[in-house]
Unconditional design. Structure first.
Length: 237
């Protein structure tokens, strides 16, 4: 996702906390068609412990977050289902196969429909894995799943800035991180601008802290500029 996270496992990223604390907004921003089919008044429940049990033998790779959520649909016979979400940080040739594997493992465990959704945060415009399967001896087994590519928002800077959804800010931060890869001063200005946007929204303190954690994790600055940023934040507060 950024030049500052190319070593180690990025799995414990603030994406995960943000996804859990603002799941409705996550779905509304990235997957509006699915969002419209969920009965949000009936609540939702994260099943991440259960997800870990199902996929504990799998390679984590460069994932920023994954989640399993139980939701209720607005209509139809199957009133509740599970949504499996992956936020993938870099190109992985086994990604589609992993989505397929998790989908059938989760279905095997719960015997309920499993919706698999993916957010791709890599920089390869051509890499868009959205299906996996096989056909042999007349038997066909295929998973097709919706994907969102963050790089596709690169030409929507104005609409992102005007959008009150917190994931518009997260997406803008992701894009600005890429654009300022080799320019610390430009990154400082971009980060400060996003922090100002954060405070303008009127969100509660916990949401501000969660979002700032994501911004801070993405947009690493040299120590001197980091100190300068904190002084500016004190002034803003």
């Amino acid at each position: 996702m950024t030049d500052t996270h190319n070593t180690g496992d990025a799995y414990d990223s603030p994406w995960k906390e943000m996804l859990e604390h603002a799941f409705l907004e996550f779905m509304a921003f990235y997957f509006p068609i699915a969002y419209a089919q969920i009965d949000w008044a009936r609540g939702h429940e994260f099943k991440n412990t259960e997800l870990r049990q199902v996929v504990r033998d799998a390679e984590l790779g460069k994932r920023f977050a994954d989640a399993l959520i139980q939701v209720t649909l607005t209509g139809g016979e199957q009133r509740w289902i599970y949504i499996h979400i992956e936020v993938q940080g870099q190109r992985d040739n086994d990604f589609a196969k992993r989505m397929f594997t998790y989908n059938y493992r989760l279905f095997d465990r719960y015997a309920r429909p499993i919706a698999s959704l993916a957010v791709l945060a890599d920089e390869d415009r051509a890499w868009r894995p959205d299906s996996y399967g096989f056909e042999v001896l007349g038997c066909r087994h295929t998973l097709e799943f919706p994907i969102v590519k963050l790089i596709d928002y690169a030409d929507r800077a104005e609409s992102l800035a005007a959008n009150p959804n917190p994931f518009a800010l997260v997406t803008a931060a992701h894009l600005r991180t890429r654009q300022t890869k080799n320019d610390p001063r430009a990154r400082y200005r971009a980060k400060l601008g996003l922090v100002r946007s954060l405070y303008r929204q009127g969100w509660d303190r916990q949401r501000i802290l969660d979002l700032f954690a994501v911004l801070d994790w993405m947009m690493r600055l040299p120590e001197a500029l980091e100190q300068q940023l904190w002084q500016a934040i004190e002034t803003i507060e």
